[in-house]
Design a protein around this ligand. Structure first.
Ligand code: UDP
Ligand code: MN
Length: 286
């Protein structure tokens, strides 16, 4: 009988450690993101595996850089979802039915690809996994997250207190388990189901009692200018560049976010990475 942990998951190298940080790459842009992320994770001195789930859209060369850095690459197929589901979650429909009004999503962002994150539950060779979006950096050791319960994630805070009602799926703690994965697939593709923020909306509904991580474990870049009181460099475990990506050419917030963008490039280039505790916090309102 086929092993459900292998369906749609193509392993070529074995796990080295029973815990893993996991990210997802489906195209060249997110391969760039993952390179900076992976470098930042290795610099924390973690013994955990750094796994890159990738689809066929990820370029060979970008994947090679990730493997050279020490990542474990795992090919994944898109989830076996119905045609109708895929159509409802096509980019034009997500942007048409539930437009993004707070910031700009880059043209290279394909909403349907996000659901591939759920393949993490098939990585049963790991006791626990911490998923981190490819548009993030880890700024200090966060290995303690492996001992947090499923499902832990931080609130989606970047504008006001009401943001605490929602979670952000850019960082989460999970226990891989093929039964959970099967239950997720069944819950995901219901007739007429429309997950307006894709995996994020789905995971929040699938785990209604999600455990809250502190905001510092998924500090969203807009906090820098919207809620500067919350910002403290030495507290930040994960810095997450939601909406515009630091490597975009015509970045509409390049001026306001310059210190964060410069930091990302330092990790991407592997050159001039500063001591985070010495960085200046944003100016607080008077
Ligand atoms: N992703 C991807 N290709 C896509 C869209 C998303 O590889 O076309 C992955 C990537 O890891 C990315 C994550 O899914 O970081 C979620 O998307 P994104 O970070 O752009 O969403 P945001 O954080 O802006 O809501
Ligand atoms: Mn993200």
């Amino acid at each position: 009988m086929s092993d459900p942990a292998n369906e749609g998951v193509h392993r070529s190298v074995d796990a080295k450690y029973p815990f893993a940080f996991v990210t997802l790459v489906t195209n060249n842009d997110y391969a760039m993101g993952a390179l900076a992320l992976a470098r930042s994770i290795f610099l924390t001195g973690t013994p955990a595996d750094v796994v890159v789930l990738h689809t066929g859209g990820a370029p060979e060369e970008g994947l090679k850089h990730l493997a050279d850095l020490g990542c474990r690459l795992i090919g994944v197929d898109h989830l076996p979802l119905s045609e109708a589901f895929n159509e409802r979650h096509a980019r034009k429909n997500i942007h048409g039915e539930a437009p993004f009004t707070k910031g700009r999503k880059p043209g290279f962002h394909t909403p349907l690809d996000n659901f591939c994150k759920l393949r993490l539950w098939q990585l049963v060779e790991y006791h626990a996994a911490v998923f981190i979006d490819a548009d993030a950096l880890v700024l200090k050791n966060i290995d303690k997250l492996f001992f947090y319960p499923e499902f832990s994630a931080a609130p989606n805070v970047y504008e006001s207190l009401t943001d605490f009602h929602r979670m952000n799926s850019g960082v989460f703690v999970a226990r891989p388990d093929v039964e959970t994965f099967a239950a997720m697939l069944a819950a995901l593709d219901q007739p007429e189901a429309f997950w307006k923020r894709t995996d994020q909306t789905f995971l929040q509904e699938f785990f209604p009692d999600w455990h809250g991580l502190p905001v510092f474990m998924n500090m969203l870049q807009y906090v820098w200018f919207n809620m500067p009181e919350l910002w403290n460099w030495s507290d930040i475990g994960v810095l997450h560049y939601q909406y515009e990506k630091p490597w975009e050419d015509d970045h509409p917030r390049a001026v306001e976010l310059k210190p964060l963008i410069d930091l990302w490039w330092a990790y991407f280039d592997g050159d001039g990475i500063p001591d985070i505790a010495t960085l200046e916090n944003p100016t607080k309102p008077a």
